[in-house]
Ligand binder design. Structure first.
Ligand code: GDG
Length: 465
């Protein structure tokens, strides 16, 4: 059997708990199959020498990481990945900072990753590259003579061609994507955007089921919506820490219905829009005052990117004004925490909540939506209010789907969720849980790797890059 090599921007020890969606999912995959996980250590290098490679064994998984020097970190990570690709891929051209210098740093780090990874590869390896930080990695590996199969999965949305085309060098990025053997997206919508782009801009020709002939190669493209490990998550839900959290929340809010939001503090998550919808709920449906409480966890994220400090201030000011206008001596409508909650306790919070608000303006998938469903008591489940702009909305049809830009419409959906009769809550939850169980993280991994396994190994380099 081929060995699995995973490459992602950050490497997390699968034995420890991690907060990112990607880290959680990949930890599970590698723990099951064993293999090599390569990426950035998360540390900055000291001195001028080429950074050391750190290799350690974590159970069945070899973890190999390199440090980045500050200049590379600023250009590759802060500048290009999070200052250009993240906003544009989330349809936020207004937040992109197209500084010409960044792309050089992005390319430099991808080249360095390719150089460092190549000597560790075995002939039969299957390589699986993740996310927007590493789009050109396959092209760089191929330029060094790598002939193994390489797959790529984009965890964030891929916007339509006209938005993508706003990025200087977008054609180079897409050519980079076409150096993989399999390119996977979270949703059919993202997959279609890719197909539209390569047909319009690169004269791609269909070459059978999911396959394209483009830039003199054959590639496979498809939607592989990421899932969670439902069994594992239900296990965490039943463990003492989550159960204790559940009991505490139930006691504390015995006379109220809890609404919950759990997000990285990111402008793509629609947090100010969510707060405005909640304010509208309190304004339009006075009976919800004193009967509903919103707990919003906003875990700190990318604090060295300036757009993130702006969103923090906007959110804090909205929470303050809602509490100021609607709060009573014995009740505050919003409990907002700019902190990370321990993963072991999160399911208890989900389970104690009647409604989850998952209302991103754009999201590749959104795992919180799935975790919320998995944590519910099937006899008395909560209701998921979900943005139609999350990748998860393609699968989770029985959620209450909302347009997060529509404040009144979202407030009305939250109101409906709060009032939903038990029978309807059960029916919806049952269907949602069935979807979640069928398309779990193992399905995601198996179906992607099966397609990659069937792809022909690349026989030559790609001299055109
Ligand atoms: C990217 C894409 C895609 C959040 N706050 C806390 C915490 N979390 C955990 C959640 C969940 C994960 O972080 C967030 O995953 P999401 O999917 O919601 O979002 P991103 O981080 O933006 O992930 C996304 C994902 O990749 C996977 O492909 O779904 O669309 O943007 O697991 O539970 N965990 C803990 N404390 C917190 O405060 N412990």
């Amino acid at each position: 059997m081929s060995r699995l090599v995973v490459v992602s921007n950050r490497v997390a020890d699968p034995r420890k708990t991690a907060a990112g969606g990607l880290a959680v999912a990949l930890g599970e995959v590698l723990n099951n199959s064993g293999g090599l996980w390569f990426g950035w250590s998360g540390k900055l290098a000291e001195g001028d020498a080429e950074p050391q490679l750190n290799v350690q064994q974590a159970g069945p998984v070899t973890l190999a990481t390199v440090d980045l020097d500050r200049e590379d970190y600023e250009a590759y990570y802060v500048g290009y990945s999070n200052g250009v690709l993240w906003p544009v891929f989330h349809y936020r051209l207004d937040l992109a900072d197209f500084d010409a210098g960044y792309i050089e740093g992005y390319r430099r780090v991808n080249q360095m990753f390719a150089r460092r990874l190549l000597p560790m590869l075995q002939p039969d390896d299957v390589i699986w590259v993740h996310d927007y930080h590493l789009i050109p990695l396959a092209a760089e590996l191929r330029a060094l003579g790598c002939t193994q199969r390489i797959g790529y999965f984009l965890h964030i949305p891929l916007p339509p061609p006209l938005i993508l085309a706003a990025i200087p060098g977008h054609d180079w990025l897409v050519k980079g994507l076409c150096s993989y053997d399999v390119v996977g997206f979270q949703s059919e919508a993202d997959h279609e955007h890719f197909c539209d782009y390569i047909q319009a801009e690169a004269k791609a020709q269909p070459a059978g089921e999911g396959r394209w002939r483009v830039f003199n190669r054959t590639i496979h493209a498809g939607a592989y919506p990421i899932g969670i490990d439902v069994q594992e998550f239900r296990g965490v839900t039943e463990a003492p820490e989550a159960a204790e959290m559940y009991e505490r929340m139930k006691r504390e809010y015995s006379r109220r219905k809890l609404l919950v939001g759990v997000d990285r503090l990111d402008y793509s998550k629609g947090l100010p829009q969510r707060m405005r919808a909640f304010r509208e709920l309190l304004r339009r449906y006075p009976e919800t005052r004193q009967s509903a409480t919103l707990i919003q966890i906003a875990s700190p994220s990318r604090e060295d990117v300036s757009a993130y400090t702006d969103i923090l201030h906007e959110l804090e000011s909205l929470c303050g004004s809602i509490n100021g206008n609607y709060g009573e001596l014995d009740w505050m409508p919003v409990r907002y925490m700019h902190r990370t909650v321990a993963r072991a306790r999160l399911p208890g919070l989900y389970r104690a909540s009647r409604v989850a608000l998952v209302t991103p303006l754009r999201d590749g998938m959104n795992l919180v939506a799935k975790e919320f469903i998995a944590a519910q008591d099937p006899e008395d489940p909560g209701v998921l209010v979900l943005s139609r702009f999350a990748g998860a909305a393609e699968q989770l049809k029985e959620a209450l789907l909302v347009n997060p830009y529509d404040t009144e419409g979202t407030a009305a959906a939250i109101h409906l969720a709060l009032q939903m009769p038990l029978e309807e809550r059960r029916e919806r939850h049952q269907s949602l849980l069935a979807t979640l169980t069928r398309y779990d993280v193992h399905w995601w991994c198996d179906s992607f790797l099966q397609t990659l396994g069937q792809a022909e190994a690349e026989e030559t380099g790609t001299p055109w890059l």
